[in-house]
Design a protein around this ligand. Structure first.
Ligand SMILES: [Zn+2]
Ligand SMILES: [Zn+2]
Length: 393
């Protein structure tokens, strides 16, 4: 059973590393080992590497690496796009090479050979659509229309000009430093797509996440059914119980079957573990973005709201403290009151708790149906958009 533990260990480590890398900065992981691992993978290890290069090869080598970093992270480049294509291509190749020989099998018909290829094809098509479509670039020609559909809420968006593009920034837009353009309803710059995710391509991005979740789930189940089919066709349970005298119960048979699967189908098992982990991650990403879309918020706005709420809380706490200070000064200056009992003082609310709760008033949220409609049919793709003109004042 040593091999089984090795696979379990390998799966857990892979899961931990992948989750820490991709989700380590999420608020729910704040202060946990996942955040520590994320910091180490993203900055810590790189920092040590830079210091090592500096110490061994000198300043020139460090500068060369820094300029490579600037090329990879601060400029548009296709590195992650190539990695995505390599991952999906390699995974499909290994699935086909290891499992197509057993299709058609006991549980899967021949159609799955073509269905899987179609699934990968649609996945790549959605990737291309998201990567190369216009995310909703704001230009001097269309800024007036964008200003009329995305009006300021005067909370997290007020009228401002983009210093680089020299145009008024419509509400919900942001200047992407990597692409060097203002993007309407900016969500985030996606390194994997080498493109911004904005007003016009959020729909493709969401479809990409949902499709890849389903594709990975399909792959996991299909490989599982290939293995189950082999188990049935080779009559493994029959052989184990009749020839090897293993008791015909799940508890007795399971370890032998697992051992047989790990020995004969280790590629398929590793592929299943990989696809299951990726499908879970894709489900998480899709759930996060679908929730944002249904409440008509963008990733960029979640940060803006966080900043705004913490700023408002600080102001209201400062006000409550000032009021508490004023009242204690007036108490001191007035006639002496009998001292407050210890119990009363213990249970008295802190003046900071009286600070008003800051509520998030997202004026862009117009109900699930409307919000979804805005994603599927963005304003700038509608015929009425070109006729709209911004009325100032
Ligand atoms: Zn700009
Ligand atoms: Zn961008």
């Amino acid at each position: 059973m040593g091999v089984a533990w090795l696979v379990i260990g390998h799966s857990l480590v892979t899961l931990l590393v992948v989750v820490s890398f991709l989700c380590g900065q999420w608020p729910i992981f704040r202060g946990t080992p996942i955040q520590t691992i994320h910091r180490f993978i993203t900055f810590g290890a790189y920092d040590y590497f830079l210091r090592f290069v500096g110490a061994v090869f000198g300043l020139k080598a460090t500068n060369a690496i820094l300029s490579l970093e600037s090329f990879c992270c601060d400029r548009p480049n296709p590195i992650l796009q190539i990695i995505y294509l390599a991952i999906i291509g390699t995974t499909y190749y290994f699935v086909a090479k290891s499992s197509f020989a057993y299709i058609p099998g006991y549980y899967l018909s021949e159609v799955h050979r073509y269905l899987s290829l179609l699934g990968v094809g649609v996945g790549v098509l959605l990737f291309i659509l998201t990567s190369f479509s216009d995310p909703g670039t704001v230009t001097a020609e269309n800024v007036s229309q964008y200003l009329s559909v995305y009006t300021y809420d005067n909370i997290i968006y007020t009228e401002k000009e983009c210093y680089t593009c020299k145009i008024t920034k419509p509400a919900r837009s942001k200047h992407c430093g990597i692409c060097g353009r203002c993007v309407a309803r900016f969500d985030h710059h996606c390194g994997w797509m080498n493109n911004c995710i904005g007003e016009r391509n959020t729909r493709y991005f969401l479809a990409f996440l949902l499709w890849h979740f389903l594709l990975c789930l399909y792959g996991t189940i299909a490989i599982g059914l290939v293995l189950a089919g082999r188990l049935k066709e080779l009559r493994i349970v029959y052989i184990l119980t009749v020839y090897y005298g293993v008791e015909n119960s799940f508890r007795s048979l399971a370890p032998h079957i697992v051992q047989w699967l790990l020995g004969s189908f280790n590629t398929q098992i590793l592929l299943m573990v990989f696809l299951a982990i990726v499908s879970l991650l894709m489900a998480g990403f899709f759930g996060y973005h679908a929730n944002l879309c249904l409440t008509n918020k963008t990733t960029n706005e979640t940060f803006k709201w966080e900043d705004y709420i913490s700023w408002r809380k600080k102001i209201s706490e400062a006000r409550a403290s000032a009021a508490a200070l004023r009242s204690s000064i007036s108490e001191l200056s007035s006639d002496k009151k009998p001292p407050e009992s210890k119990w009363k003082a213990y249970f008295r609310r802190s003046p900071l708790e009286d600070a008003e709760d800051v509520v998030k008033n997202n004026k862009f949220d117009k109900g699930f149906v409307h919000n979804l409609f805005e994603i599927v049919f963005p304003y700038s793709t509608r015929r009425s958009f070109s006729r709209t003109k911004f009325k100032s004042g």
